[in-house]
Design a protein around this ligand. Structure first.
Ligand code: FES
Length: 97
């Protein structure tokens, strides 16, 4: 199984995680703090801006998708408790929300 590289900016931490890992779990593995609320894709507290390879993340599913729609965020944002990595390299910009 190929691991996925997750980079956290601007702190400059990098972690390798298994496909299917949430960005929140990756952040904890990297020792990076992301403020959370519900951890179920409902509240939007943990929105982060993400740049990834085309299939770097699994597509957003409900409830994450509907929460992002309700928040009216740019499509580059995902909810870290719900967004799961898929392959390649994923870059997470902290503090952009
Ligand atoms: S912590 Fe509430 S949406 Fe992720």
């Amino acid at each position: 199984m190929d691991l996925v590289e997750v980079q956290f900016e601007p702190v400059g931490r990098i972690v390798l995680v298994a496909p299917g890992t949430t960005l929140l779990a990756a952040s904890r593995a990297a020792g990076v703090e992301i403020t959370t609320g519900c951890t179920r894709g409902m509240c939007g507290t943990d929105a982060v801006k993400v740049a990834a390879d085309a299939d770097g993340l699994q597509p957003a599913a409900d409830p994450e998708r509907s929460t992002l729609e309700r928040m009216g965020l740019d499509p580059a944002f995902r909810l870290s408790c719900s967004a799961r990595v898929h392959r390649g390299v994923v870059r997470v910009q902290l503090g952009a929300f």
